[in-house]
Design a protein around this ligand. Structure first.
Ligand SMILES: CC(=O)SCCNC(=O)CCNC(=O)[C@H](O)C(C)(C)COP(=O)(O)OP(=O)(O)OC[C@H]1O[C@@H](n2cnc3c(N)ncnc32)[C@H](O)[C@@H]1OP(=O)(O)O
Ligand SMILES: O=C([O-])CC(=O)C(=O)O
Length: 393
């Protein structure tokens, strides 16, 4: 069949008013605002509000939103208990998926049946806010427990980004670090019908609940062709070691036909619109931590790979080393992406619920021709149905 779109490449599956990815102009708009402007001027809470409500909050709305977000920051004992059941060497993405699953099971408990678990738009907006508020403590706890540290309590006097760093490291981060981290959250928040968001929309389209959709999206994000690439970039940096070893490493990697993680994109073919903003944040971190070696490796790998293949970095390329400099464990990088993208996922879940159609594409069968079990004799009802089908065709 010639009209198969492998990987749904180029297929417009539905409309959305949440974000616009334009590879021609290399731009990304959230509800009409260029993401670079949002990243430079807004706290992440305001970006979450924008994605859900369609408008940036007024000062009063932001203050009210912050009160609600701060009220749900603490790690719930049942969620901590769910995470504690897992081996310490479970992947943190599995931990986060388990935590969201536990929250979903707790919050929809008593809803009676699958129809009631779906919830109203108001309930789903509240659920989105609670998940957004709870994820930093979940991600931070994962890293702390692997380091043998007790969780710390959230700080009501800190905004989202500063509190996230506090929860992870147990100390107040420098404003330079908070700013870079806040920007990364905004840049990661939303990107139209990427694989994880589309997964969330597919699950939502069956009238399943918001938590199930987010759990599915986490599973899709874990893959290294999608969100898992920020973790994979750091592994590559460690494998290479230093800028002078890039050329030799790349020769071998390309000879082995390896994918170089952090490069390439399904939609952007001439560079990811978010990279310059994240690279600027990486530069501030390089300066702050006095790690010019990281900048050198970054620049050398980029120029060698772009020079040889004409394939450009995506957002995971600068964010991987940025998260490493901040002090996050490498395996925590993709959970940070979850904490940011939960805003986009839930905005899409709400949009899908508001205008739903079951998502169910067709497939072209390319298996063996019809065949039969030797000695099988159809019963009367089957024969009758076959006869009716033949007559109708
Ligand atoms: C936030 C995000 O999720 S951004 C994406 C993060 N993912 C990564 O960084 C993983 C590495 N990149 C990739 O695997 C790809 O570029 C993808 C999956 C992101 C996009 O893939 P697609 O649009 O399907 O392009 P596809 O994988 O078909 O690549 C086209 C060609 O470029 C090559 N190519 C694309 N990206 C890379 C890469 N990173 N390294 C080496 N070769 C690459 C492919 O091998 C393919 O070559 P071929 O035509 O000779 O077979
Ligand atoms: O859009 C995509 O396919 C992947 C991506 O960059 C994202 O989800 O941020």
């Amino acid at each position: 069949m010639s009209d198969i779109k492998k990987g749904l490449a180029g297929v417009v599956a539905d409309e959305t008013s949440i974000s616009k990815v334009n590879p021609e102009t290399n731009s990304l708009l959230y509800r009409g605002y260029p993401v670079q402007e949002l990243a430079s001027t807004q706290p992440f809470e305001a970006v979450a509000y924008l994605l859900w409500h369609g408008e940036l909050p007024t000062d009063e709305q932001l203050a009210e939103f912050r009160v609600a977000e701060r009220a749900h920051r603490a790690l719930q004992p049942a969620v901590k208990a769910a995470i504690d059941q897992l081996p310490l060497d479970s992947h943190p993405m599995d931990e986060v998926r388990m935590a969201v699953d536990a929250i979903g099971a707790i919050e929809t408990a008593g809803s009676g049946n699958v129809l009631d678990a779906v919830g109203t738009p108001k309930e789903n907006l509240e659920r989105s806010l609670r998940l957004f508020a709870a994820l930093p403590a979940i991600v931070a706890y994962g890293q702390r427990r692997r380091r043998g540290l007790e969780p710390v309590d959230p700080r009501d006097d800190l905004d989202y980004a500063a509190n996230f760093l506090w929860l992870t490291f147990g100390e107040e981060a420098d404003p330079v670090v908070v700013e870079a981290f806040n920007r990364s959250m905004t840049l990661y928040a939303e990107h139209s019908f990427n694989a994880s968001t589309f997964t969330a929309r597919v699950i939502t389209s069956t009238l399943s609940d918001l938590y199930s959709a987010v759990v599915g999206a986490i599973g899709a994000l874990k893959g290294p062709l999608h969100g898992g690439a920020n973790e994979a970039v750091q592994h590559i940096f460690e494998e290479i070691g230093s800028a002078e070893k890039v050329a030799e490493w790349l020769d071998a990697a390309l000879a082995e036909k390896r994918k170089i993680m952090g490069f390439g994109h399904r939609v952007y073919k001439r560079g990811d619109s978010r990279v310059p903003t994240m690279k600027a944040s990486l530069d501030t971190l390089v300066e702050f931590y006095d790690r010019s070696d990281v900048a050198e490796l970054y620049a050398t790998l980029e120029s060698e790979f772009v020079g040889r293949k004409g394939i450009y970095p995506n957002l995971d390329y600068p964010s991987g080393p940025a998260y490493n400099l901040i002090g996050f464990d490498t395996l925590t990088f993709t959970p940070l992406f979850v904490a940011a993208r939960v805003t986009g996922w839930t905005a899409h879940i709400l949009e899908q619920q508001a205008s739903n159609a079951l998502i169910r594409p067709l497939s072209a069968y390319n298996g063996v021709d019809e065949r039969h079990i030797a000695g099988y004799v159809p019963d009367a009802a089957t024969l009758e149905a076959q006869q009716r089908a033949e007559e109708a065709s």
